[in-house]
Write a protein that binds this ligand. Structure first.
Ligand SMILES: NC(=O)c1ccc[n+]([C@@H]2O[C@H](COP(=O)([O-])OP(=O)(O)OC[C@H]3O[C@@H](n4cnc5c(N)ncnc54)[C@H](OP(=O)(O)O)[C@@H]3O)[C@@H](O)[C@H]2O)c1
Length: 230
């Protein structure tokens, strides 16, 4: 399996869960630091040539990638009026187009295998919206249309494509929030707490395992109830 951004946060927890499950795990990042036991591959997902080279390296070591978890993502938050073209395009290029580059390259091997699981890590914000995150929310909701189209296109070859939509999870990405912002978020969450990275990893493990063979085109919320109904 391959998880992008597996050196920290949610991606690392996903990599560790698959390693504990006895799977062959490859992790791609820009800066290195994959967990022990994983194949550590350097790849900036904004560059199609680097994505292609990373897959070639992984296929050489592990064979075709059967499970792709497109997790790497960034934020560049600011209000609409102040949002620069670069704030917009860097987030779309990483979160949405990067995931497209990965899925396109992964589908090659999956089509040959006639099986595969693709999981996109979106966000509750993709369907709920969020002031100051016009770029991020657009990138994350775009993953839903992409997953559902892939689910239709590749379903007959036993390839599933699903979306996991985390709520607020304790990682570097949410570490930048102020205490007031954290308290305001918790007040909106029915389970009254932030999620842990393991909450997401367990869901991804299930979604790519035998128990979810008949699940495709789904958006699975793991958000303590924050996005209920969206
Ligand atoms: N934390 C939350 O509350 C939360 C909630 C909803 C959704 N999510 C989503 O979950 C995913 C992981 O979030 P996180 O909180 O674990 O993030 P994080 O701690 O900030 O880690 C982001 C990861 O993405 C990698 N990355 C960023 N840009 C990249 C690029 N151009 N090419 C390759 N790798 C790149 C980073 O690795 P390098 O810097 O080494 O490349 C890093 O491993 C993201 O898609 C995020 O949007 C997070």
């Amino acid at each position: 399996m391959l998880v992008t951004g597996g050196n920290r946060g949610i991606g690392r927890a996903i990599a560790e869960a698959f390693l504990a499950n006895g799977d062959k795990v490859a992790v791609t990042t820009r800066s290195g630091g994959a967990p022990e036991g994983a194949l550590d591959v350097r790849c900036d997902i904004t560059d199609a040539a680097q994505v292609d080279a990373a897959f070639a390296q992984i296929e050489e070591a592990h064979g075709a990638v059967e499970v792709l978890v497109a997790n790497a993502g960034i934020t560049a938050d600011t209000l609409l009026l102040r949002m620069s073209d670069d704030d917009w395009s860097s987030v779309i290029d990483t979160n949405l187009t990067g995931s497209f580059r990965l899925a396109r390259r992964a589908s090659k091997g999956m089509l040959r295998l006639r099986r595969g699981r693709i999981v996109f890590i979106s966000s509750v914000v993709g369907l709920l919206g969020s002031a100051g995150q016009v770029n991020y929310a657009a990138s994350k909701s775009g993953l839903v249309g992409m997953a559902r189209s892939i689910a239709r296109e590749l379903g007959s070859r036993s390839i599933t494509a699903n979306v996991v939509a985390p709520g607020f999870i304790e990682t570097d990405m949410t570490g930048v929030l102020t205490d007031e912002q954290k308290a305001a978020i918790k007040a909106q969450v029915p389970l009254s707490r932030f999620g842990s990275v393991d909450d997401i990893a367990e869901t991804v493990l299930w979604l790519t395992g035998p128990g979810a063979a008949y699940v495709t085109g789904a958006v699975i919320p793991v958000d303590g109830g924050l996005g209920m109904g969206h």
